[in-house]
Design a protein around this ligand. Structure first.
Ligand SMILES: [Zn+2]
Length: 348
């Protein structure tokens, strides 16, 4: 590393002890030795979505895509806990087809399992809290999921982790994966007054415990990498991100309570003058994968901002579509094409 780049990194380390303090990014000063990651996150809730993905993968590879985050959640034919399968789960055979096609196209395939939060969507509660209502952070509360965003599981329930980790293990095995994305974005129900174990406890410590339990299992015991959405680590007020892209429910001090070899998928979907989370996560020692959604201009802005930071820990870029893949359409997603064009210019 050049001396100037080293000085810049040290400066960042001092500058970002306080969240929200954002310097102007400087041009990339260090030649990259690793190819940039260019990823797409897809939500696969049933067999038709998996089939559409299979059809679309060759076209996606042509854009330069080299990473696919396959959010499976409860939508796989789990053997260890068949009671937790979703309504139309994806078969082992279908996953194996995805594994083979991704390998042939040189696309790294990483499964995702939404953990802690996002245990329901609208009126539908997912399998875990239906089959094991005792794991609910707000048991018996909010009938029909009225007045809440999503349910959470309780990070302190002593019987939870063995069940969830069995599902993680199945995903790692069937996807032949060297990493797992644990989700954990937009967790609003944490440390609830309705949970006898968590009531009154520090939300940051509860969130960090959940992260650290996953880390212990995935990284320490299974030897795979761990990815996570970054929003709960960010002070929503100080950074200006607010309560979605940042945290207004006191989870953000968890950033200093978790291992730094976790990969942070730092998602931002709004156009902002700067993205202070990028240098913040880098200064803390994390690897960062900035993530965008449907606004092509914002996608380009986030890529320009993030790749200006001279660090090999700035991994590249992740696009999201937040609906099922569509044959003939997904590889033409405007934000994906915008990211492809930008990254093509930077790739070594
Ligand atoms: Zn609890």
């Amino acid at each position: 590393m050049k001396k100037t780049a080293l000085i810049a990194l040290v400066a960042l380390a001092f500058a970002f002890t306080i969240q929200g303090c954002a310097p102007k990014p400087k041009p990339l000063a260090v030649p990259r030795t690793q190819p940039l990651w260019f990823g797409l996150h897809v939500l696969i809730e049933n067999k038709p979505a998996a089939e559409a993905l299979l059809t679309e993968l060759p076209a996606l590879a042509k854009t330069g895509l080299n990473l696919l985050i396959f959010e499976a959640d409860y939508n796989y034919e789990y053997v260890s806990h068949p009671e937790l399968r979703g309504d139309d789960p994806i078969s082992r055979e279908t996953v194996k087809k995805v594994v083979t096609v991704c390998r042939d196209l040189k696309i790294r395939l990483i499964p995702e399992f939404q953990s802690l939060g996002h245990q329901s969507w609208a009126e539908k509660t997912y399998a875990l809290l239906i089959k094991y209502p005792e794991f609910d952070e707000t048991p018996g509360q909010f009938p029909g999921n009225k007045d809440i965003y999503c349910r959470s599981w309780c990070p302190l329930h002593p019987d939870l982790n063995p069940i969830i980790f069995a599902l993680y293990d199945e995903l790692i095995e069937v996807f032949e994966a060297d990493a797992l994305h644990v989700g954990m974005d937009e967790v609003f129900l944490i440390g609830s007054e309705f949970c006898s174990r968590c009531k009154g406890k520090d939300p940051a410590e509860l969130f960090a415990k959940s992260v650290n339990d996953c880390y212990q299992h995935l990284v320490k015991e299974r030897g795979v990498e761990m990815l996570i959405w970054g929003d709960r680590f960010l002070d929503g007020a100080a950074t200006g991100y607010g309560e979605w892209e940042g945290s207004m429910n006191k989870t953000h001090p968890a950033i200093d309570l978790v291992p730094k070899d976790i990969i942070i998928c730092d998602w931002h979907y709004e156009r902002m003058k700067s993205y202070p989370s990028i240098p913040l996560f880098l200064s803390k020692g994390f690897r960062v994968l900035p993530t965008s959604f449907r606004d092509a201009k914002q996608t380009k802005k986030l890529i320009d901002f993030s790749l200006a930071f001279p660090s090999e820990r700035m991994l590249g870029h992740l696009c999201t579509i937040w609906h099922a893949p569509e044959a003939g359409k997904t590889a033409k997603w405007p934000a994906l094409l915008a990211a492809a064009k930008k990254l093509r210019k930077i790739k070594p």
